[in-house]
Ligand binder design. Structure first.
Ligand SMILES: [Zn+2]
Ligand SMILES: [Zn+2]
Length: 263
């Protein structure tokens, strides 16, 4: 299997460290052949809301320009892809599609972080501690996948960051999400961005073994993603290598490649 990572953030999201070039250098050092940047997308809100975890719309041109320059500079050493991690916000998706076309973005990861818009709804990762939020998570995940915009569902088990225990409701929504992903041939990301944190704090959030058993059972395809928020994450092989063993043990289909947009 080729070593690839399509889930990389930059300092523009305000909660990541390392310059764009440091991420590239660390990825080369870590033996990656493909490095996809997928920083949190900006949104052009209809209100004066300002999110604290994403770049502003006017930072998008600089993001693309910087990554294009690095793609050229390191061509032959590593294959750099330019994408974004986006929610499914029906009201704003038209604007996003225009940006994707204008900047000829290679791909869009589906980060199902909020229902409909973060102006009104809280972060699924912190607030999915009841069945209503679980249902919204499912609805948003399925609607987003059906939109056709996304090449991969990032951290599909994100709800387990706040839901107390994987119960029968979790099993039900997981089955629906996985079944949709399999039907639409959308890979699910085996996200290891929190493994180090979980270990340090004695937590188990995601990857959630119960979710992944369902995913394997439904015939889904998995892709390992680092969700790198620190360039040094790309240099440490510990969690990546462990994830390779874990997906192997699940007997789930695994891919190292996401399909890119064509223009
Ligand atoms: Zn995310
Ligand atoms: Zn991310």
């Amino acid at each position: 299997m080729m070593k690839s990572n399509y889930h990389t953030h930059t300092e523009r999201c305000l909660h990541a460290t390392g310059t764009d070039e440091e991420y590239v250098l660390s990825a080369i050092k870590g033996g990656y052949q493909v490095l996809g940047f997928s920083d949190h997308t900006p949104w052009k809100y209809h209100t004066d809301y300002v999110a604290d975890m994403r770049m502003l719309p006017d930072e998008l041109p600089g993001y693309v320009e910087s990554l294009r320059a690095l793609r050229d500079k390191y061509a032959g050493q590593i294959d750099i892809k330019i994408g974004l991690e986006c929610e499914y916000f029906p009201e704003y998706i038209h604007w996003l599609k225009e940006q994707i076309k204008e900047f000829r973005l290679d791909y869009i990861l589906f980060g199902n972080h909020f229902y409909h818009t973060d102006e009104k709804f809280p972060y699924f990762g912190h607030h999915t501690d009841n069945r209503d939020m679980l249902d919204l998570y499912e609805e948003s995940a399925i609607e987003g996948m059906e939109s056709g915009l996304f090449c991969c569902l990032a951290h599909p088990d994100l709800f387990m960051r706040s839901y107390p225990q994987f119960d029968r409701h979790c099993a039900l929504i997981s089955r629906h999400i996985c079944r949709t992903a399999a039907r639409l041939h959308i890979p699910l990301e085996y996200n290891i961005g929190y493994v180090a944190y979980n270990e340090a704090h004695g937590l188990s959030t995601y990857p959630t073994p119960e979710f992944w058993k369902i995913a394997a059972n439904e015939g889904c395809t998995a892709i390992i993603g680092l969700d790198a928020h620190d360039n040094r994450d790309l240099e440490d092989p510990t969690y990546y290598n462990r994830a390779v063993q874990e997906v192997k043990a699940l007997k789930i289909n695994v891919t190292d490649t996401l399909p890119m947009n064509r223009y």
